[in-house]
Structures are given as C-alpha cells and as structure tokens.
Write a protein that binds this ligand. Structure first.
Ligand SMILES: Cc1cc2nc3c(=O)[nH]c(=O)nc-3n(C[C@H](O)[C@H](O)[C@H](O)COP(=O)(O)OP(=O)(O)OC[C@H]3O[C@@H](n4cnc5c(N)ncnc54)[C@H](O)[C@@H]3O)c2cc1C
Ligand code: SF4
Length: 351
C-alpha cells in the first residue's frame, strides 16, 4: 500500500489535486490553515466567476463538498505544516497541532495573498471609505446586498475602476501582471451596470489584458452592450472634495490632465505571493522565484516539480493564475506525485 500524498492548501488547486488522487484510488491528506476549504473564491466571497458566470459558492463550493464527503481524503483544517523531513516515498510531516503524518510526496497548493491596497496610499484606500477593492465589490454582489457606497449605503451614480493596483508597479516592487484582474474588472463593471443601469462606470487602464477569448466576451461586450467607458490613463491621486471622490491623472492618449468626480472608486487588486512563502520555503526546503512565488524546476517535463524531489507545486502558489488553470495544475501535479509514491511501491514489489 503506497503512502498517502500530502496536499497543502485547500483552494481550487488543492481540491482538484485531492479529488484527482481519490479518483485513482490514491489516499490524500489535505492540510488547510483556515477553518474552511475553498481558497480565495470561497474565503474572500467571490461572486460570479470569469469565464463561466457560475457563482463561486456553487462552482468551488461543489468542489469543497466533493472533498468533504470523500472518505479517501483525510482533512486537517486550521493547521499548517511545521516540519517536513525525509525523501521521496518516505516523508514525515509534523503539523502545527503536533500530529505526525507519514506521506510519500507533497503538493504545495498554498495560493496567493491579495495585494493590500494600503500599500498604494495615494490612491485613497484606507483614507476614504468609498475607495474599495474588487474583492469588496465581489462580496457586495455575492451577499445579495448589491453595490453600495460603504460610507452611507447609497447607490453610487459614478464608479471608477482602477486597474493594475499592486501589479505592474516597479515603485512598490511588483513587476508582474496579475493576469485575471482586467477580465474580472470588465465583469464587475457589467454587473454594476446590470444592477444599477443609471450608474456610469469608468475603467482606468494602462493596457487592457483580457487575454485569449476574453477580449470579445468581456472587453468588447462591456463597451458595446453595457456602455462601460474606458480611459487610458496614468493616475496621480485619489482625493475628496467632501462630497465626491476625485480621480486625478493624465489621459495618456491625448496627453492632457483629467480630473473626474466619482461616488465610488474600486481598486482592481493584484495577486501577491502568499505571505507564508518564506516559511513554506524553509519548512519544505524548496526554492522561491525572485518575485517570491514558489519556483518550478521546469516548464515542460514533469509538471509542477519544485527544486526538491518529491515535492510539487500547483496553482497561484506558482504566480498569478486563473481558477481553471489552477485546477488543471492541481491535477497535473497529482499525477506526478502519484508516480512518485507508486513508483516506489512498484520497485518494492519487484525487489
Ligand atoms: C479579486 C479577484 C477575483 C478573481 N476572480 C476570478 C475569477 O472570476 N475567475 C478566475 O479564474 N480566477 C479569479 N481570480 C483568481 C483566483 O482567485 C485564483 O486563480 C485561485 O484562487 C487560485 O487557486 P489556488 O488554489 O491556487 O489558491 P488559493 O485560492 O489562494 O487557495 C490557497 C489555499 O491555501 C491555503 N493556505 C495558504 N497558506 C497555507 C499554509 N501555509 N498552510 C496551509 N494552507 C495554506 C489558503 O488558506 C487557501 O485556502 C480572482 C482573483 C482576484 C484577486
Ligand atoms: S490583468 Fe490587467 S489589471 Fe491585472 S495586472 Fe494585468 S494589465 Fe493590470
């Protein structure tokens, strides 16, 4: 009997890895530091997902239910891995509650941390209550309460969505594109227009990166069907005149300063490396990328290998990723980890 495979992190990548292993009769142990499974889409209360339009609570909630009712997946919520020793086929993990687990391989599905907008103070977050993040707007929509100004609960008449907050920004050490926030912002803009047809929604952008097929179904659709307005701009600051929020910047197409009042300003926040990554790198003995995400040993051979044999990585732990790609990576890493533990078993039987 091969040893179980340890999965760290119960977001889309970790849930997919666990279910994939179970489907081939392989036992898995899932360790999640929060009390609930589901990762960012559940823990942060996302609304309708890109690109399917399914509610996160249904799509990812369904994945959680499948894992929670699967007897071959052992779960340890509210725990982290404190120590990890051994070699491929024979690792030992000690959890934060003192539990010891013997496992054959491990998959790190520890995801990302949302950019904290207080690190961009000139854009008003933390100073003005009606400057919010995309995550907060997702929560307003998923709670059923609708999009409202936090200061007084009124329906906004004018909303600005600022792209690339905490991404593509050398000044604050974040030189990566977070990949999904353009598309998520187009989606949120359409949802606001649908709920509040009289509300004017503007998207301030450096570039629009609604990659692949999302160009038609999000970028063009938001303009042509939902009349969302796009401004190519460099934003200088977000201030207030006491009644309205004021977004100041330069329209970089016509090279003129622009100052426009809004009721609500939304930061399209990016994906930071998980704040735990230094500790994870030290406990598991794996290398990080220069940006702080967990490194992959190669791109095309065994998918998701880290710098340490027998330990794999999947999903947004490796860098900004979408949910569908995180799920695919979780399954790919599950196959690679399965080969490690069952390769060891085949060798033992042959001996
Ligand atoms: C505002 C916003 C909206 C988005 N909307 C969409 C969308 O509509 N469609 C889409 O495709 N993508 C979307 N994304 C991206 C999506 O959030 C990610 O693709 C997805 O969450 C990645 O899944 P994951 O399992 O790799 O990581 P996560 O979802 O981050 O899950 C990681 C899990 O690991 C746990 N964990 C972390 N550290 C530890 C540790 N040390 N020990 C144990 N457990 C740990 C966490 O608690 C968490 O449960 C959005 C992102 C943002 C920022
Ligand atoms: S996806 Fe769009 S908003 Fe997000 S970092 Fe890339 S360019 Fe900026």
């Amino acid at each position: 009997m091969s040893k179980p495979i340890l999965i760290v992190g119960g977001g889309p990548a970790g849930l997919a890895a666990a279910t994939a292993l179970s489907s081939v009769g392989q036992k898995a142990i899932l360790v999640e530091k929060e009390q609930r499974l589901g990762g960012a889409p559940i823990l942060s209360g996302y609304a309708k997902l890109v690109p399917t339009g399914e509610w996160a609570k249904d799509a990812i909630g369904g994945m959680v239910s499948r894992v929670e009712t699967d007897a071959s997946i052992q779960r340890h919520a509210g725990r982290t891995v404190a120590e990890f020793t051994g070699e491929p086929g024979a690792f030992r993990a000690k959890l934060s509650d003192g539990t010891t687990l013997d496992v054959g391989a491990a998959i790190l599905c520890t995801g990302f941390t949302h950019f904290d907008s207080v690190n961009k103070p000139e854009w008003g977050f933390g100073t003005y209550p009606d400057v919010v993040t995309t995550t907060q707007v997702e929560q307003m929509i998923s709670s059923g309460k609708g999009v409202r100004c936090p200061s007084d609960g009124r329906k906004p008449e004018r909303v600005a969505i600022l792209l690339c907050v905490g991404s593509r920004d050398r000044q604050i050490g974040r030189e990566w594109c977070s990949k999904i926030c353009c598309t998520v912002s187009c989606n949120i803009a359409m949802e606001i227009r649908e709920e509040l047809p009289d509300c004017h929604v503007y998207i301030y952008y450096m570039d629009i990166r609604t990659f692949g097929l999302y160009e038609t179904s999000y970028y063009w659709k938001s303009q042509e069907e939902f009349k969302v307005k796009y401004i190519k701009a460099r934003i200088a600051e977000v201030t207030s005149n006491g009644q309205k929020l004021i977004v100041k910047g330069e329209d970089t197409l016509v090279k003129r300063p622009i100052t426009i009042p809004f009721d609500m300003v939304v930061h399209a926040i990016g994906m930071d490396p998980n704040v735990d990554n230094r500790s994870l790198a030290s406990v598991f003995g794996v290398a990080l990328q220069p940006q702080g995400f967990i490194g992959k040993a190669n791109a095309y051979a065994t998918f998701g290998e880290t710098s340490r044999p027998g330990i794999f990585v999947a999903g947004a732990a490796t860098g900004p990723e979408t949910i569908d790609d995180s799920i695919a990576q979780g399954k790919a890493a599950a196959i690679a980890a399965y080969a490690v533990v069952n390769g060891a078993r085949v060798a033992a039987q042959a001996a």
